[in-house]
Design a protein around this ligand. Sequence first.
Ligand code: HEC
Length: 157
Amino acid sequence: MPPASRTSPTRLLLVGFIVLIVATGIAFALYRRAAAQSEDWGAPANIKSAANPVPPTAENLAVAKGLYSEDCARCHGDSGKGDGPDVSMYKTKPSDLTTPRIAAMQDGEIFWKITAGRLPMPAYENRLTETQRWQLVAYLRTLAQPASPSDGDAHGP
Ligand code: HEC
């Protein structure tokens, strides 16, 4: 009997099927990891380029300031410097939200980061309404300082 006849077509099909499932799983996991680790935290293009629908009125900024004190300051600090009281609890340091790097980010990109979170930062998708998250984007704009013309290096010290 030739060796080929010992491998039944059903068995071959089954092995092929398993290989396909495993390969798809690995590809998907790698994609998810790359997206999550990317600089924009895998923000979908349509969200990333969205402009803030909430205007930075005194009222919106006052509401956002309250939300910030309640939800964000424990990690990011009252002034956004990333020096809140809970900082020592986490391995990943909360970002300094006052840097030119943040000032240069698109509204939608900041909105996405607040929405999706990235551990240890929680996702705020179900903790805050969309309006509240946009109010926070407007508020963060008041904390982040754009690069000054003399400042050649946009990254911190
Ligand atoms: C438990 C601590 C914690 C809380 C609470 C928290 N953050 Fe964060 N935040 C972090 C950490 C840590 C990072 C950096 C994560 C990383 O780079 O992987 C971060 C990153 C960010 C970034 C992205 C900055 C960058 O470097 O790209 C923004 C924007 C942000 N936080 C806003 C907020 C806002 C607004 C709130 C409140 C609604 C908030 N965070 C609450 C810990 C926290």
